[in-house]
Design a protein. Structure first.
Length: 765
């Protein structure tokens, strides 16, 4: 026989919403039970029957049945006025009483009951106004109503991002969107590598491979075009990008940059058409970053006018060489030049690897590196040379050569300068790789942000679920990365332009910029794709949505063209050299002026009004952002220089001193690069005339700047640059900027204009 449900007594109706709320978690705690007992002892408007009913329904050993909870729910729902705002659960209880016992309600002490029930709600930890929304069928709030808007013309932002190279970018995007470039399963190593080679041949046939070579050798004399093509290709398949870069960037440009006319005439056309696939053989097993320490030798034989290329031991093999395992027929080999037993340092040589049929030549040993974490369409290999003889003309002799008498010659007297000049001609790789990384970041963000805009989870009871992009924490995960991607885009524009229009006296600074931005942008890419993967949940883990390929293929970018941490030491050295030069060029009076100016800056920046200023106008002021970044950079530069000087003055070996201060120098490099990135972002905004674009870019720039200051808030607090209250205000402003930018997030990634065929992620289409 079915148990009959007991109906609430008149007085207990006022507590019905509270009763339902405490049982909604399926149990009642001891503290909640005690709170009710204390409440019953204090109030005088509950009858004996009311107390008995409520005491029975609050028994932890006898919870209400599902049917009884459903009856309570229906009783509450039937009395709710959807348009009415309820400050407490007791306010709903009063409406229930009026609906179900109107005569009793006329004499009920409503005001007194609401006050005392409000105290009970506080004791139970119930926020009445919020809890009351549980019982409404529909209600609107900020989180449910916020959505993507179109506050600016997306195509205008695309044009601003692409700039004058938009026609070439659109042409390449159209080309790689063809069905012939559809993704293939990378599981079969040989088939994937052959497909990537075919794609590179298709690109070469279009003239994209030789685009950076001089016109007389089949090119377009357009290095900016080469960078543009490489970056745009990165929206498709990254193995193709790297094989393209090895063939036309490393192999081809090393012949062009390090060789002379005879090499250009003999090789460049065939390299540009991919008739002559080749390698760039610099890295050795024991020597990656330290190129000077490589052990492969090139011994000159004056009588025969030849060089003997030799690998002295297994750990001197050329390792991780792209194009080596299968396709490369020749290689630019970095080796120590030996003449009459004397070591003249590193020079470069063209060494044949395979014959026309693709068979490895005698004395050449090549081992396949096999499957890697990513980029499996690139055939990396190890190369060993067993006393291989090459003709004298195979020496790339722009910076070093052997004359007719067998003597070493170079247009650069200093060994040190010659070495760095030779490597400096290859700075282009440190521009191409971060531009490719940016494309990967843009792809990942486009997938993750589009998905977050349409993927719905949770929401207020009785209403539709909310897009996950509306959740503040999701915005915190995605939008600072989006802002930083835009910031890095404009910084890479700047360093590319500096490189293309370089002057000899600027090369050290340009090399430092390229090295620093390569590190900064590729680390940003790694962080971005990991966050995108997690933000997409299980969908991000599915290969069909491509984040895994982007993540795995671009992970090695932090190592390509120089290990990031090692490169930052190069940046630090450049900043210290510039710092030293600044003082060497000063006389007594300019030194005094410098010290006075520095003192004024410190007084200004550490003024209590500034350190405590929490006003919105101040926090969003670009001048405040630039001053904060400059202050951090200059303070770390001064302290690093003084630290090194002190250590060496105390007698420490210079190498040890640098080693002791290595983390200090690493921090200096990042502070310098962060300042450059912000500076170029602000300059781009100042150059933008469209008010809508200007506004959205300013918000992104503010988010980038304040997020970086927040990231370093411990340092700023240590320095007394700001106080705790200002640090909190910055954190709140970062949250607010994320909220404000959310409505523009989808248009901002759409402005990257990545073809759907290239994204190929079902969750993003």
């Amino acid at each position: 026989m079915e148990k009959k449900l007991s109906q609430p007594t008149h007085g207990s109706l006022v507590l019905l919403p509270t009763l339902y709320k405490v049982w909604s978690d399926a149990n009642i705690t001891n503290n909640e039970h005690k709170a009710f007992q204390s409440f019953f002892n204090k109030v005088d408007w509950l009858s004996k029957e009311d107390r008995e009913y409520l005491t029975n329904k609050l028994d932890p050993e006898s919870p209400p049945s599902r049917e009884e909870l459903e009856m309570w729910w229906q009783t509450i729902k039937s009395a709710i006025a959807e348009e009415k705002s309820y400050p407490h659960l007791s306010s709903i209880g009063v409406d229930i009483l009026k609906k179900n016992a109107p005569i009793f309600a006329e004499t009920f002490p409503v005001e007194k009951a609401e006050i005392e029930l409000g105290k009970l709600e506080n004791q139970l930890g119930i926020i009445g106004k919020s809890a009351a929304l549980t019982f409404k069928s529909i209600h609107s709030n900020i989180s449910t109503s916020y959505e993507t808007q179109t506050a600016f013309a997306t195509e205008k932002l695309t044009y601003l991002l692409d700039g004058k190279r938009k026609p070439l970018i659109d042409e390449v995007k159209s080309f790689i969107s063809k069905k012939e470039f559809d993704y293939v399963d990378p599981g079969n190593l040989r088939e994937y590598r052959e497909q990537v080679l075919l794609w590179c041949k298709m690109l070469a046939d279009k003239g994209y491979g030789s685009i950076g070579f001089p016109k007389e050798y089949g090119g377009a004399d357009d290095m900016e075009g080469y960078f543009t093509v490489m970056e745009t290709l990165s929206y498709r398949d990254l193995s193709t990008v790297i094989k393209f870069g090895v063939q036309f960037g490393l192999w081809g440009m090393s012949v062009f940059s390090l060789g002379t006319k005879k090499h250009h005439e003999k090789y460049l056309k065939d390299i540009g058409s991919l008739q002559l696939p080749g390698c760039f053989a610099m890295t050795e097993t024991n020597h990656g970053s330290n190129v000077r320490g490589i052990e492969t030798t090139a011994t000159y034989n004056h009588k025969e006018k030849t060089f003997t290329i030799h690998t002295p031991h297994i750990n001197a093999r050329k390792e991780y060489i792209g194009n080596a395992a299968l396709h490369g027929k020749m290689a630019t080999v970095f080796a120590k030049l030996i003449i009459d037993g004397k070591d003249y340092g590193v020079s470069t040589f063209i060494v044949p690897l395979r014959n026309e049929e693709g068979k490895t030549l005698p004395g050449i040993s090549i081992t396949d590196c096999g499957r890697k974490m990513g980029l499996n369409g690139v055939d990396n290999g190890l190369i060993s040379f067993d006393s291989i003889t090459i003709p004298k003309e195979n020496m790339l002799d722009r910076f070093s050569s052997v004359d007719e008498k067998g003597n070493f010659q170079s247009p650069i007297a200093s060994d040190n300068k010659r070495f760095f000049t030779m490597l400096g001609t290859l700075v282009g790789g440190r521009i191409g790789i971060p531009r490719s990384a940016l494309a990967a970041s843009k792809s990942g963000l486009t997938i993750a942000i589009r998905y977050a805009d349409k993927r719905r989870q949770f929401g207020p009871d009785g209403t539709a679920e909310v897009p996950i992009l509306n959740y503040r924490m999701h915005q915190r995960r995605m939008l600072p990365l989006l802002a930083k991607t835009y910031a890095c885009h404009f910084a890479m524009e700047y360093v590319t332009d500096r490189f293309l229009n370089r002057k000899e006296e600027e090369m050290q600074e340009i090399e430092a910029l390229a090295a620093g931005l390569k590190s900064y942008v590729t680390w940003h890419n790694t962080e971005t794709l990991q966050e995108c993967r997690e933000a997409c949940g299980g969908k991000g883990f599915l290969s069909e949505n491509r984040i895994d390929a982007l993540k795995n293929d671009s992970d090695v970018y932090t190592t390509f063209e120089g290990d990031n941490t090692v490169l930052l030491q190069l940046v630090a050295k450049s900043r210290l050299s510039a710092y030293k030069e600044q003082f060497e060029n000063m006389n007594l009076f300019t030194i005094i002026d410098y010290v006075v100016a520095k003192a004024k800056t410190s007084l200004t920046e550490k003024n209590l009004i500034i350190t405590r200023n929490k006003g919105e106008a101040h926090l969003l002021d670009s001048e405040f952002h630039m001053n904060a970044f400059y202050y951090r950079e200059n303070s770390i530069l001064n302290s690093a220089a003084n630290r090194l000087k002190r250590l060496m003055s105390e007698g420490m070996d210079p190498f040890d001193a640098v080693n002791v201060a290595q983390h200090h120098l690493y921090t200096l490099s990042l502070a310098f690069i962060e300042r450059v990135v912000l500076e170029k972002f602000i300059e781009k905004i100042e150059q933008t005339s469209d008010p809508e674009l200007k506004q959205v870019l300013k918000q992104l720039c503010d988010l980038y700047a304040l997020h970086q200051i927040e990231k370093h808030n411990g340092w700023y607090l240590e320095q007394g640059y700001m106080e705790g209250g200002k640090s909190k205000a910055i954190r709140k402003m970062v949250n607010q900027l994320c909220w404000d930018i959310r409505k523009d997030a989808v248009p901002l990634v759409n402005a990257f204009n990545i073809p759907d065929a290239c994204l190929a992620a079902p969750i993003a289409i």
